[in-house]
Every structure is written in structure tokens, then in C-alpha cells.
Design a protein around this ligand. Structure first.
Ligand code: DUC
Ligand code: ZN
Ligand code: ZN
Length: 488
């Protein structure tokens, strides 16, 4: 007799689709079979039963370097994620210059604990890699289960230089951590921005012009080269160009420890959305920026072909008011407007509707991109699949329900959605985290703060032989013992 049984559904994993019941005991999947019995039952007739989604790129209760705060806290962000089919999320904890890493993680713990209704972890943003951070604080972060962090190659107050990047990659390699990178060339963006602003081109549409595709491809190429030199694992986040995707794909083909992510907005929106009347285009400003339909096609192909291990929302919610997009006034220049858009509740419904229903991806690819790949990449070893012994993180989907997206129907703390008016078929109806209902038949049933922090494991790099630069190989460098991780 299980605590809970999900009966009569069609179970979908990254490997299979089959009819079966799921028996859940103590928050874990304890049995898979037919005719299972439990003290409590969820009827999944006519439902797809999928691994609960893992949203692995979102900005929740996060200050920017200039002080602006994202509009979702861990309560609203997690509720919105759950309504979008997610059982777990991994937002960023942002170290700003002058802050310690431990202090940063403690701060985010105080924001998330007792607030999040789903399980969570953090990626650490490293903006100030001092000697103390590298030698003492990053190892402490790994010990508390923060096994990935993000660095920026652009933004004056966040960016690190190539040498600092190599230091971080090397520490990450020693501990089995994954480095994530925002790869855009800072100088190109600054140079383009000055030319545009000097010429009076300041409307939101020029945001896309100021971030040329070349800025991404140059930085992706450099980031991959640095990761190869350090022979370290690197994820290029929010890839927005065919050139960037190709660089990721080529490096993966070579066996380098390189991973790619793209995000919903790059598949579903274009830079034309920036060209709306007045300041409306500000709602569509994110970095890297939206591109064009040819780019969308290319990114879909890379998603289909496996270039991208993860597909995320990059939920970075700034309201269309003076607390967010219009903080610098209703006439702000494009470079004075916060970068980011909401979408945590729509990532999976959009992927299902535009991907599965339109025959672009299989249900198995959907399960992989929902949860399984992120679980493997980010060391969430007990999440991301429907298998005995795993956390009972499960989402029931009605594949036939069609809804029109509106901002009012979102559960985030936003006043707009970039997907207003979209017709979407296929919605999650019930979502569980560790066997506890969060959303049931479209209603929030979670107890406040019922999510838990998840300490993550080191990255599993099986199948990635990596790259040995000849200059780091004692056989070809006159015996110098300077490989990453070698004794100093
Ligand atoms: N990078 C992100 O990952 N999200 C929002 C803005 C940015 O620059
Ligand atoms: Zn970024
Ligand atoms: Zn982001």
C-alpha cells in the first residue's frame, strides 16, 4: 500500500512512453506497474504523466549590479514555475563586487527558505573572483551543493577578464563543477551602443542592433577556447545565433566538455517585437537580443539535433513600470532599460505546443528538455525521470487543452507577458514535488514554503573525453607540469 498512486495515465520519460501506475512512498517513486494500490489516488486517465520540469535558468529575487530587483520572489516565482509544469528550479544567487560567496548564498537562503513551494538549488554568479573566493569560498560553495556558477563576459559591473575566467574554470574543474557563461563581446556592444546613442538611435529596437550576432559568436568562440585550455566543463547559456550554436555543436563533436542552452524567446519571438509603438518594445528586451525567423529555424534544428542540452525560460521579470523597465523614465534610452523578460510558466507549454504538437520534437525529447537533461547536467541525481528510487517530481499534462495566453492568467508578479494572445495546446494540470501536490487540477494546493533546498552533485562528464591542449601536455611542453589541477 503506497502513500499515493497515480493511476491510468500514459507515462512519458526521455526513453519511453507506456501505460502504467506510479506508486509513491515517502516522496519517492517506489513502484511502477499496473493495479497498484495506495491510501490516496490521482486519476491520470487521458493525461500524460511526465517528469516534473526543472527550470534551470531563472532570476528570482535577484538584484542587478545597479540595484534593480527582479519582480518575482521565491514564492511567486515558484508558484508560477509550478503552474508551468515544474517541480524544481535552479535560480541564480548573484555575487556582486565586494560581496563574499558565503554571504551571497546565505542571503539567497534567507529569500528562498520558507517561501518556495517547489524544490530549489542555486547557480552562483561569480563577479568578483578574488583569491579568497577562488581558494576558500568556491570550495565551500561546492560543499553546500552549489555545483554550477555563471560568469559574464559583458556588463561593466559583472564581467570578468579571460584570465579570471581561466582561474574560475580551473577551480571548477578541480571540484567537478560546471561553469556557465553569458557570452557576448563587451567591447563590441559598448562601441555599437555609443555610435547608436550619438546618432540619436535610442528606441528599444536599437537594443538588437547594439548586440550584433558577431558579439555572440566571438565570445562563444573565446569562451570555448578558454574552456578547452583549462579542459573544463562549460555551458554556453542563452545561445541566440546560428553561429553560436554551430560553435557549440562543433566543440561537442570534438569531445570537448561543452554544453549549450537556448531559451524560449529565441524560438518564438523576433526582433520585430522590439519595434512596437512607443516604449512597448522594452517588454521584449533581453540579452542576447531577439533575432529573426531564419535564426529561429536554425535554433530549432540545433534543438532537434541535440546541440542544446537544456532549454530554459531565462525568466528575468521586470515589470513594465517604474519598478522595472521604466525605472529610468518613460523615455529611457535602450541602454538604460533592464534586460530580461518573463516566461517561467510558459516555457514548457510553449515547447509542448510548438514542439510536440507541431511534430518538431518527440515526447521523449520533450521529457529530456523538460527535466532529464537538466538533472544530469546540474547534478540533480534524484530528479528528472520517472524511475524507481527517484523523487516523485511529476507533472500531469492534458495534451489536448487549448488556452489563449494572457498576462492575467500568469501566476508571476508581472504586469505583462511577451506571449499575450498566443494559442497554446497542451497544459500541465497537476504538479507534484516529492509526492506532494503543488498544483492540482489547475488550483494551487501547496502549503507555504513546502519546497526544499537540494544540494547538487558534481557534474557527470561520462562520454566527454575533453581536450588536452599540447601546451599543457608534458609530452609536448618540454615536461612542464602545468596542467589544470596539477600540483603547483
Ligand atoms: N542574462 C541573463 O541570463 N538573463 C537576463 C539578462 C542577461 O544578461
Ligand atoms: Zn546572461
Ligand atoms: Zn538569465
Amino acid at each position: 500500500m503506497h502513500d499515493l498512486v497515480i493511476t491510468g495515465g500514459t507515462i512519458v520519460t526521455a526513453a519511453d512512453t507506456y501505460r502504467g501506475d506510479i506508486g509513491i512512498t515517502d516522496g519517492k517513486i517506489a513502484a511502477l506497474g499496473l493495479g497498484l494500490e495506495g491510501r490516496d489516488t490521482i486519476d491520470a486517465t487521458d493525461r500524460l504523466v511526465l517528469p516534473g520540469g526543472i527550470e534551470a535558468h531563472c532570476h528570482i529575487a535577484q538584484e542587478s549590479a545597479t540595484g534593480g530587483m527582479t519582480s518575482d520572489d521565491y514564492r511567486s516565482g515558484s508558484i508560477s514555475a509550478a503552474f508551468g509544469g515544474n517541480s524544481c528550479f535552479v535560480p541564480f544567487a548573484a555575487q556582486h563586487r565586494g560581496m563574499g560567496v558565503t554571504e551571497t548564498l546565505d542571503l539567497y537562503d534567507s529569500r528562498a527558505t520558507g517561501a518556495s513551494v517547489i524544490d530549489w538549488g542555486y547557480h552562483l554568479i561569480v563577479a568578483d573572483p578574488t583569491e579568497k573566493v577562488l581558494t576558500e569560498e568556491l570550495p565551500l560553495a561546492f560543499q553546500r551543493g552549489v555545483t554550477s556558477f555563471k560568469v559574464f563576459m559583458t556588463y561593466d559591473l559583472m564581467k570578468i577578464d579571460d584570465r579570471q575566467f581561466l582561474d574560475i574554470l580551473t577551480v571548477a574543474r578541480e571540484h567537478g563543477a560546471l561553469t556557465m557563461v553569458h557570452a557576448e563581446n563587451s567591447g563590441m556592444i559598448a562601441w555599437m551602443t555609443k555610435r547608436l546613442v550619438d546618432a540619436g538611435h535610442v528606441q528599444p529596437r536599437y537594443h538588437a542592433v547594439s548586440h550584433p550576432a558577431l558579439a555572440e559568436s566571438e565570445a562563444v568562440n573565446r569562451a570555448i577556447s578558454l574552456a578547452k585550455l583549462a579542459d573544463a566543463a562549460l555551458l554556453i547559456v542563452h545561445v541566440s545565433t546560428p553561429e553560436g550554436a554551430k560553435l557549440v555543436s562543433d566543440a561537442r563533436m570534438e569531445g570537448a566538455k561543452i554544453f549549450g542552452e537556448t531559451c524560449a524567446q529565441y524560438l518564438f519571438l523576433t526582433r520585430d517585437d522590439l519595434d512596437r509603438p512607443g516604449m512597448e518594445g522594452a517588454k521584449f528586451m533581453c540579452s542576447p537580443p531577439l533575432r529573426d525567423t531564419a535564426t529561429q529555424d536554425a535554433l530549432w534544428r540545433h534543438l532537434q539535433a541535440g546541440t542544446f542540452s537544456v532549454f530554459s525560460s531565462d525568466h528575468a521579470p521586470y515589470r513594465y513600470d517604474e519598478t522595472g523597465k521604466l525605472a529610468n523614465g518613460p523615455e529611457a534610452r535602450f541602454n538604460q532599460i533592464a534586460n530580461g523578460m518573463p516566461g517561467i510558466g510558459l516555457r514548457l507549454p510553449l515547447l509542448f505546443s510548438e514542439g510536440v504538437n507541431k511534430g518538431r520534437i518527440t515526447l521523449q525529447q520533450f521529457a529530456a528538455l523538460s527535466a532529464s537533461n537538466a538533472a544530469r547536467l546540474y547534478g540533480l541525481t534524484e530528479k528528472g525521470s520517472i524511475a524507481i528510487g527517484m523523487d516523485a517530481d511529476i507533472a500531469l499534462w492534458d495534451p489536448n487543452e487549448t488556452r489563449t495566453v494572457t498576462a492575467e492568467d500568469q501566476h508571476d508578479n508581472m504586469d505583462y507577458t511577451p506571449f499575450e494572445g498566443w494559442s497554446v495546446t497542451g497544459w500541465p494540470t497537476t504538479v507534484l514535488t516529492r509526492g506532494k501536490r503543488i498544483v492540482e487540477n489547475g488550483e494551487l494546493v501547496a502549503k507555504p514554503g513546502q519546497g526544499r533546498y537540494v544540494a547538487r552533485a558534481r557534474i557527470d562528464l561520462t562520454g566527454y573525453p575533453g581536450h588536452r591542449a599540447p601546451e599543457l601536455d608534458p609530452a609536448t611542453n618540454f615536461g612542464a607540469n602545468i596542467a589544470p589541477g596539477a600540483a603547483k
